[in-house]
Design a protein around this ligand. Structure first.
Ligand SMILES: [Fe+2]
Ligand SMILES: [Fe+2]
Length: 151
């Protein structure tokens, strides 16, 4: 079994502890949209993007700290599976980029994969009635994709 399959198996169970809007289904949808967006860019680390999407909301026990806590869960899992340290660092950075309050506090995402995960998560959030986060998107491609969903 590859690392992505292992992560899926592990994450599916763990997401069950979360509230109804942060279940495994959410992670899966964000991941699908992220992979769709990734098609528009060169040299995307798809493995890192997949793993970051899988783990991005995995610990929602404390909503305001869910990014930091989810990073810890990802790090522990990846270490236990002997995933290389430099790649773990990348996955952590991508997960870190997905929240607006951390973006405001620490600045724009540096990795394209981080921007993609952010936009994918905000595309989903924009599908809620009365919500529109398209002004925050990093990419025009994300605006195009959102349009496809709502029309
Ligand atoms: Fe999140
Ligand atoms: Fe999310």
């Amino acid at each position: 079994m590859g690392i992505i399959e292992k992560a899926e198996e592990y994450a599916k169970k763990k997401y069950e502890k979360n509230d109804s809007s942060h279940q495994w289904e959410h992670a899966e949808t964000v991941r699908k949209i992220a992979l769709e967006l990734a098609k528009h860019f060169d040299k995307i680390d798809l493995e890192a993007l997949n793993l970051a999407a899988i783990f991005h909301d995995i610990d929602y026990s404390s909503p305001h700290l869910h990014t930091e806590n989810s990073i810890k869960v990802a790090e522990k899992f990846l270490r236990e599976n002997e995933y290389p340290e430099d790649k773990i660092r990348k996955v952590k950075e991508i997960i870190f980029s997905h929240t607006t309050h951390l973006r405001k506090q620490f600045g724009e995402a540096k990795l394209t994969e981080g921007k993609i995960l952010y936009d994918a998560d905000k595309i989903i959030a924009s599908l809620e009635p009365g919500k529109d986060f398209s002004n925050l998107f990093y990419f025009d491609e994300s605006r195009e994709l959102l349009k496809k969903f709502i029309t």
